[in-house]
Ligand binder design. Structure first.
Ligand code: XUL
Ligand code: CO
Length: 441
């Protein structure tokens, strides 16, 4: 008989309570108080915290130098369906105990891929109905689904940008299955991370054709999902490199340009990830500002990189300064458009206790909650907002306003310059603002 839902995987750990900042209990939230209102809505709605199925329940701690250090009991069964059911049981036990409202998955996080497409689709279909029951019983929702079109060797030269049409068609079949699964589970969004959509070498790559193929592929996927009644938002997740030397979805600015080029800007927004931003040589706040400026700040994959090395370490967030700056942008942008905060982060290889997964998520949620409270105070109680507004005051009235609203010609700008005399230097007050942020941390 298969085990259905009657094994407790995280024994000895109950529902994680909020106990406030003076609590010594490591298994309690110190700042994340789900129902506490901040700027007019509860924390849980600001964040829509999600657990990432792949890192939390599929990750084994393996790295290029060694095999896994985490032996998940749910991976033990050799029968793929039994293993998948147990993994789902463990996942929903974990998410429920943590008190998060959402999860995110790739198709073959849910169940091992089968040798044939047909059998893989059958496995996925079964797991979708299994998980649907778990969602109904727990109230946990799906923030987004996606397809893993980068792990299998067939995708070594890309999926939608593969030079071999047969691989592109195979990727389309997989994305169709992941879209069907996302729709069946009431997913609020769907993500495309172009894992290998890029190149290893320009010597063998036709960039123009690959970009055109990607644009068409995404249009077809959108049209299919819309025809199936999907009302949610599609997200592209930028990343500059790794696994490819160069990925087309390099950063927010590159993706926004791409979406406009291929007519996708009305259906797609961005899912920004902290460690991807830093790999691109940006801060996460920069990426969020660029997305927000175009109305495309959709969702966030929360993690952090390491200042001392240059790859995607996917550590859990704990940098209060970094996240506070992110929350300033988030609040000023009026929140995320459809998405939430997905902890796309993994335990360190030597974090091997069952409770470590809880501690990591508690720390991440507390960092965001604390940062949100600080950012809210900065915006409401300090001169930060006013200072930023006043810096542009010369465009609020008179000729500046005429320029902004398109009522001045280039020749008129020349005439104004001739008449206005010398211009006094105006300080940017960067150090003042940095001190202001620090005072509130
Ligand atoms: C990879 C990454 C992915 C995407 C989903 O760096 O972030 O996990 O979030 O495919
Ligand atoms: Co991600």
């Amino acid at each position: 008989m298969p085990l259905i839902g009657n094994t407790e995987f995280f024994k000895g750990i109950g529902r994680i309570p909020y106990e406030g900042k003076d609590s010594d209990n490591p298994l309690a939230f110190k700042f994340y108080e789900a129902d506490r209102p901040v700027d007019g809505k509860p924390m849980r709605e600001h964040f829509k915290f999600a657990v990432a199925y792949w890192h939390s329940f599929c990750g084994t701690g393996a790295d290029p130098f060694g095999t896994g250090t985490l032996q998940h009991p749910w991976d033990a069964p050799s029968d793929p369906m039994e293993a998948a059911r147990q993994k789902a049981d463990a996942a929903f036990e974990f998410i429920t105990k943590l008190g998060f409202d959402y999860f995110c998955f790739h198709d073959f996080d849910l169940v091992r891929e089968a040798p044939s497409l047909k059998e893989s689709e059958g496995r996925l279909g079964y797991m979708v109905s299994y998980i649907k029951d778990k969602m109904a019983a727990s109230g946990v929702k799906l923030l987004w689904g996606t397809a893993n079109c980068f792990s299998h060797p067939r995708y070594m030269n890309g999926a939608a940008t593969n030079p071999d049409f047969r691989v592109l068609a195979r990727a389309a079949a997989q994305v169709k299955g992941a879209l069907d699964a996302t729709i069946a589970l009431g997913g609020e969004n769907y993500v495309f991370w172009g894992g290998r959509e890029g190149y290893m070498s320009l010597l063998n790559t036709n960039v123009k054709r690959e970009l055109d193929h990607l644009g068409r592929f995404l249009s077809l996927a959108r049209d299919y999902a819309r025809a199936q009644g999907f009302k949610g938002t599609f997200f592209i997740e930028p990343k500059p490199m790794e696994p490819m030397k160069h990925q087309y979805d390099y950063d927010a600015a590159a993706v926004i340009g791409f979406l406009h080029q291929y007519g996708l800007e009305d259906d797609f927004k961005l899912n920004l990830e902290v460690n991807h931003a830093t790999l691109a040589g940006h801060s996460m706040q920069h990426e969020m500002e660029i997305a927000a400026a175009h109305g495309m700040l959709g969702s966030i994959d929360a993690n952090r990189g390491d200042y001392q090395n240059g790859w995607d370490t996917d550590q859990f967030p704990n940098n209060l300064n970094e996240v506070t700056l992110m929350m300033l942008t988030l609040l000023e942008a009026g929140g995320l458009k459809g998405g939430g905060i997905n902890f796309d982060a993994k335990l360190r290889r030597n974090s091997t206790d069952a409770e470590d997964l809880f501690l990591a998520h508690i720390g991440g949620a507390d960092t965001f909650a604390r940062a949100l409270l600080i950012a809210d105070r900065i915006l409401k109680e300090s001169t930060y907002r006013e200072f930023r507004r006043k810096r542009y005051a010369s465009f609020d009235t008179g000729k500046g306003k005429e320029f902004e609203t398109g009522r001045l010609t280039f020749t008129e700008l020349h005439d104004i310059a001739r008449q206005q005399g010398s211009i006094p230097l105006t300080s940017g007050k960067q150090e003042f603002l940095e001190n202001l942020i620090n005072r509130h941390l």
